[in-house]
Design a protein around this ligand. Structure first.
Ligand code: URA
Ligand code: CA
Length: 442
């Protein structure tokens, strides 16, 4: 068969999308190939990403992009690992540390977690960056080591291997720094291409909604969730989605080592609240999808039992050890990188914490050095923000609202001003935000 996509030039595709045209499957194949083999330059790819953001993509284009990206590398076959293999993916948030909590807990319940994670994207944090704040921790295992670890201890969290959806690797890094993250077809194709290629049987998607989510309205979040579940289930795997709240940071700790610390606190049973609740809900959906429990309530109870028994924390330590990290952090979080100094933010008026512009909290953490401005930037694992109040809390004048953990390269004034503006205090009581907005099943 003659592959007609070989004759298509980057400029043809760019021009068509610039004026809002619908790309054919052949054009999309040419683009994805060009991304992977380097025949499309970064600036051409970036320009097309921006045109896609501006003009959108039809469902047909999105499906084609997803499938071409999934096929741009190896399609993993995890069938050598016994039992059901599950994965979970978040559309991204702030203080969104659920993977570090639910992966060991679910593994304790007998469902294997073969988790492939990403790095920070835009104002959102990434599990890999968080994991790497643990001294010695490696996230670049090859597929054989990944399979062995999932078989032996029941869980692993690694970066997408070089062979897996390589097109997404290129696009993800460019989107992060070109303001082209919050675009439905790009999010769908990015997440699903990896999940389709990664070989798990059960995938639970955590679709965030609110000011710290890629999709900020519930309507858009629901559309994204439905589209992903629809396209995902075409592949024969079991996809479901939970729409969860991101109208304030999920956990109270934002930043890489800080988020690891909070995850450990949850696993150790020292911290309860929204982060724990969402982690257990998502974990319960995985257990239910895998047939290990018959209801979400049963799943939540089983997972909570693994916190109470200490098994979850021990499993987390085992996963760290298996990936070359220092497992003592599970017992002693002072071994994590720590910032040299802190800056406090206090309430200058009394009232109720009315709203938090969560994306700006994420951006403030980024200004401190917790994320990247350019794709080659190094992050500072120690910096970040600890929030002391949640939406709906009553505050008095002078109450501590947040503590910034700052480093040498932090833009502390920029971060402080952004954070100050992100937290709004009002005079009237406000209800606490709903945590779980919806569940989309196949
Ligand atoms: N997570 C991803 O992997 N890709 C996106 O586009 C958004 C969140
Ligand atoms: Ca980033």
């Amino acid at each position: 068969m003659i592959d007609s996509s070989k004759n298509i030039r980057p400029g043809d595709i760019l021009r068509k999308k610039r004026f809002g045209g619908e790309l054919t499957e052949t054009e999309i194949r040419a683009f994805v190939r060009g991304v992977v083999d380097g025949s499309f330059a970064d600036y051409q790819i970036s320009a097309l990403l921006m045109a896609i953001c501006i003009h959108g993509m039809s469902d047909r284009e999105t499906l084609a992009l997803t499938l071409e990206m999934a096929r741009s590398g190896e399609m993993l076959d995890l069938s050598r690992i016994p039992g059901i293999k599950a994965d979970k993916h978040s559309t991204g948030g702030v203080g969104d540390t659920t993977s570090l909590i639910l992966v060991p807990l679910v593994a304790c319940c007998g469902v294997r977690m073969a988790k492939m994670s990403g790095r920070g994207l835009g104002f959102t944090g990434g599990t890999l960056d968080k994991m790497e704040s643990i001294p010695g921790m490696r996230v670049d295992l090859d597929v054989d080591a990944f399979e062995r670890q999932v078989t032996d201890i029941g869980c692993a969290i690694i970066g997408q291997t070089a062979e897996l959806a390589p097109a997404d690797k290129v696009l993800y890094a460019l989107r992060d720094v070109t303001e082209t993250v919050d675009c439905m077809p790009l999010v769908v194709s990015s997440i699903l291409s990896k999940k389709l290629a990664a070989g798990c049987d059960v995938v639970v998607l955590d679709v965030k909604t609110g000011s710290g989510a890629i999709m900020q309205t519930l309507e858009d979040s629901r559309k994204l969730a439905q589209m992903m579940v629809r396209i995902g289930n075409l592949s024969g795997k079991k996809f479901s989605a939970v729409i969860t709240d991101m109208d304030q940071p999920l956990g109270n700790y934002i930043g890489n080592a800080l988020e690891v610390e909070e995850a450990i606190d949850v696993l150790a049973g020292r911290t309860a609240g929204d982060l724990k609740d969402v982690s257990l809900q998502l974990g319960a959906h995985i257990l239910k999808g895998a047939g290990a429990v018959s209801s979400i309530a049963e799943g939540v109870e089983m997972l909570d039992g693994k916190i109470a028994s200490g098994e979850g924390l021990r499993k987390f330590a085992a996963m760290i050890r298996a990936q070359g990290g220092d497992p003592r952090v599970a017992e002693d979080t002072s071994l994590l990188p720590k910032a040299k100094s802190t800056v406090e933010l206090r309430a200058d008026e009394p009232g109720y914490l009315a709203a938090i512009r969560t994306d700006d909290v994420g951006n403030a953490a980024k200004l401190l050095g917790a994320g990247r401005e350019r794709k080659t930037d190094a992050i500072d694992p120690a910096v970040g923000i600890v929030m002391h109040r949640r939406v709906g809390d009553k505050v008095r004048r002078g109450d501590l609202l947040a503590t910034m953990h700052v480093g040498e390269r932090s833009d502390r004034i920029g971060a402080y001003n952004l954070l100050r503006r992100a937290i709004r205090i009002g005079t009237a009581p406000v209800p606490r935000p709903t945590l779980i907005h919806d569940v989309i099943e196949a």
